[in-house]
Design a protein around this ligand. Structure first.
Ligand code: ADE
Length: 225
């Protein structure tokens, strides 16, 4: 997979991809992540990428020129499965969306800033608008990093134990059950007997029950009716 990210703050996107699983995914060739500075596509001598809002009001708007040039330059080199715009008014990011996106060959992600991008960019180029939650960040970069992380770890081969993505919270519509490791007793608290016993059928039944209980308590919305 190849992921291109267009941003005014490329430095914000360095560290999220330079450690642990994201780094290994790149070294092993499962994903290429390319971060593009939007200012490189500005014709303005001050490398400006924003302007005042028509109709007035506080806050700048990202102009059509540089974004259009950036997108079209990249589109001339390959076909993108999705052109994603990170915005608080987008569709809420769900595991199902991440699963879908993990099958893509090429993704392009545009990070919004200030009051957002000129609506015509969204109408012309964007195929998917994503929000990571009902709160407003200073820009789309951290949200884009979250999308990339959630998607890349699902690419086959990225996780060492491939089954571990399958047992994540949400993958079966439930939250994940509690987990334990050594020691068997800590401050008087015991690891549940069934996990120590090692009967795979009993363990599976216990995990399913706990996953259901936890989901019912914390996220009943996931269970429907
Ligand atoms: N940009 C600012 N806030 C955001 C959010 N919650 N999700 C996605 N992009 C954003």
């Amino acid at each position: 997979m190849r992921i291109d990210i267009i941003t005014v703050l490329p430095e914000l996107l360095k560290s999220p991809f330079s450690a642990s699983i994201m780094q290994r995914a790149q070294t092993k060739g499962h994903v290429e992540i390319h971060v593009h500075n939007l200012r490189d596509f500005s014709d303005d001598k001050h490398r400006n990428v924003d302007d005042y809002q028509y109709g007035g009001g506080a806050g700048m708007v990202m102009s059509v020129g540089p974004i259009s040039k950036a997108i079209e330059t990249l589109q001339a080199q390959r076909k993108y499965d999705e052109l994603i715009y990170m915005t608080p008014d987008g569709d809420l990011l769900e595991q199902s969306t991440c699963n879908q996106l993990s099958l893509a060959q090429n993704l392009l992600i545009l990070c919004g800033h200030y009051k957002g991008v000129d609506q015509r960019i969204r109408d012309l180029y964007i195929t998917k608008e994503l929000s990571i939650g009902s709160y407003v960040l200073s820009g789309g970069e951290l949200a884009a990093a979250i999308v990339v992380d959630a998607v890349v770890r699902l690419i086959p081969g990225v996780l060492n134990d491939e089954t571990s993505a399958l047992t994540d919270s949400f993958q079966d519509g439930l939250l994940a059950p509690p987990v334990y490791t050594r020691p068997p007793e800590f401050k008087g608290m015991q690891v549940p007997e069934v996990l120590l016993g090692g009967n795979p059928k009993d363990v599976a039944a216990w995990r399913e029950e706990k996953a259901y209980e936890r989901t019912k308590e914390r996220r009943p919305d996931l269970l429907g009716d």
